[in-house]
Design a binder for this molecule. Structure first.
Ligand code: TRP
Length: 455
């Protein structure tokens, strides 16, 4: 037992499933395709992949090393490694960011519940035209009651699992469902690619048009890499804190990162071919996936049943992500403030639901939230960009500086290699964490402030 009462993963496989459960979620299946669509396709995808490899994986390993070594939540971890310094605020920003992401993420997760219900009642499986699909989506998200109720339901589900503790609650949910989701995604990708005109979508995703690159595209790719891998706010610090000392941590971390990226690409291979096949605009924004997917189910044998299974698994994938977001905030209040887990989970769940309300009502129900403060984007989109792009990118930047220059690579390696399994290419890891990541992320953030192209 690591620290009495904190719990621990049952082993490496348990960790991989739970961490992959955190990483794989709406970020892969909802956020990745529409962000790629908004940012011109191939060029964005290439930059995203590059960021996963040179920034994502080193940051995954950095976070895990801190978590395993300190066995604490992000704030406690920085306090332990750098006592009496301001680094604890970086952990605090992470906890806040977890709260901020959870508040808009649970709204989208609520939409998936409604599609699940639509699939069960037969309203989704039989949709054939893009216009019909669009009408269903708009009606759902612009309402004043349903989005709020669904967000509440999702928040309650999340609280119930997090209340149950680490290995009992989180692990059990992911063990069977993640592999099933993978199989279904493969089937859907094959169906989508073989639709008439489907190959156009594959080309859109994989042939980069570099004239589309801009600093906005680069930030979106960086934010997406961090968001999808659950990085930049200490989720992996928290998950690493439950990792047994006897197991191979670097390998587990890299597997999670590659698994997550693979699922995002699969989602792209589902959405873009289908989109070109039915003639939906790739630049459709956050509704993209919800509008495009129903057209695939109509083209599958037993599509109605398939749709039920798919939306069920999508909701579960979202749940294993919201669990990790809430877990970070709860771990903070349990470790640092001495709250009982039960009380922390419920209190934070309620507070986060209240903060989710403006996002839930920003899709047409309430005008000033729909074009928030003259930004031209909805309150939900703004939350997504503030927490999902800026805060995570800034968090990753500071984390690299911390591990590379304050705590030190040798200490991180001792933690990563505690089981005796060596990190291959540790010189590469060191160069990325100390130089490449901070410089690259720093340049992107400074350039954005300079040119004021905030979103
Ligand atoms: N990675 C998840 C997804 O892709 C979302 C998520 C869960 C997350 N925990 C996180 C994002 C922590 C950033 C940080 O859906």
């Amino acid at each position: 037992m690591a620290t009495a009462g904190r719990g621990q993963w049952s082993g490496k496989a348990g960790f991989i499933l739970a961490a992959a459960g955190s990483a794989i979620g709406l970020g892969n299946i909802w956020r990745f395709p529409y962000t790629a669509g908004e940012n011109g396709g191939g060029a964005f995808v290439l930059v995203y992949l590059l960021f996963v490899l040179v920034i994502g994986i080193p940051v995954v390993l950095s976070e895990l090393s801190i978590g395993r070594f300190t066995k604490l939540n992000p704030v406690g971890a920085f306090k332990k490694l750098a006592p009496g310094t301001n680094w604890k605020w970086l952990g605090g920003l992470g906890v806040l960011t977890g709260f901020g992401i959870l508040a808009f993420y649970s709204v989208i997760a609520g939409w998936t519940l409604s599609y699940l219900w639509g699939a069960i009642t037969g309203h989704i499986g039989g949709v054939t035209t893009a216009a019909e699909s669009e009408a269903i989506f708009t009606t759902l998200i612009s309402g004043s009651y349903m989005p709020v109720i669904l967000t509440a339901i999702f928040m309650i589900l999340t609280v119930v699992v997090v209340r149950g503790g680490v290995s009992e609650g989180i692990e059990r949910a992911t063990k069977i469902l993640m592999p099933t989701l993978l199989v279904m995604l493969v089937i859907m990708a094959i169906r989508s690619i073989t639709l008439p005109g489907g190959m156009e979508g594959v080309a859109y995703l994989f042939s980069p048009d570099f004239s589309k690159l801009s600093v906005g595209v680069v930030l979106a790719a960086l934010g997406q890499a961090m968001f999808s891998l659950s990085l930049g706010m200490g989720a992996m610090i928290t998950y690493g804190s439950y990792f047994p000392d006897s197991e191979n941590l670097p390998q587990a971390g890299v597997i999670v990162a590659l698994f997550d990226t693979g699922i995002a690409f699969l989602a792209g291979l589902i959405i873009f071919p289908a989109l070109f096949s039915v003639g939906v605009d790739p630049n459709g924004g956050p509704g993209l996936v919800f509008v495009v997917l129903p057209s695939i189910f109509a083209q599958l044998p037993a599509g109605g049943l398939f749709a039920i299974a798919f939306y069920f698994l999508l909701a579960i994938a979202a749940l294993t992500s919201t669990i990790s977001l809430l877990e970070v905030v709860v771990a903070y209040f349990v470790d640092e403030k001495g709250w009982a887990r039960q009380r922390a989970a419920i209190t934070i769940g309620i507070a986060c639901f209240l903060f989710a309300l403006p996002s839930a009502l920003s899709q047409g129900a309430v005008g000033w939230l729909t074009d928030f403060l003259g930004t031209g984007i909805t309150f939900l989109d703004l939350q997504n960009i503030i927490w999902g792009n800026y805060s995570l990118s800034f968090g990753a930047l500071m984390l690299c500086i911390f591990v590379g220059w304050k705590w030190g690579i040798p200490a991180a390696l001792v933690s990563l290699e505690a089981s005796g399994h060596k990190l291959p290419a540790s010189a590469f890891f060191s160069a990325m964490v100390r130089f490449v990541c901070p410089v690259a992320v720093g340049i992107i953030l400074i350039y954005i402030m300079w040119t004021q192209q905030y979103f």
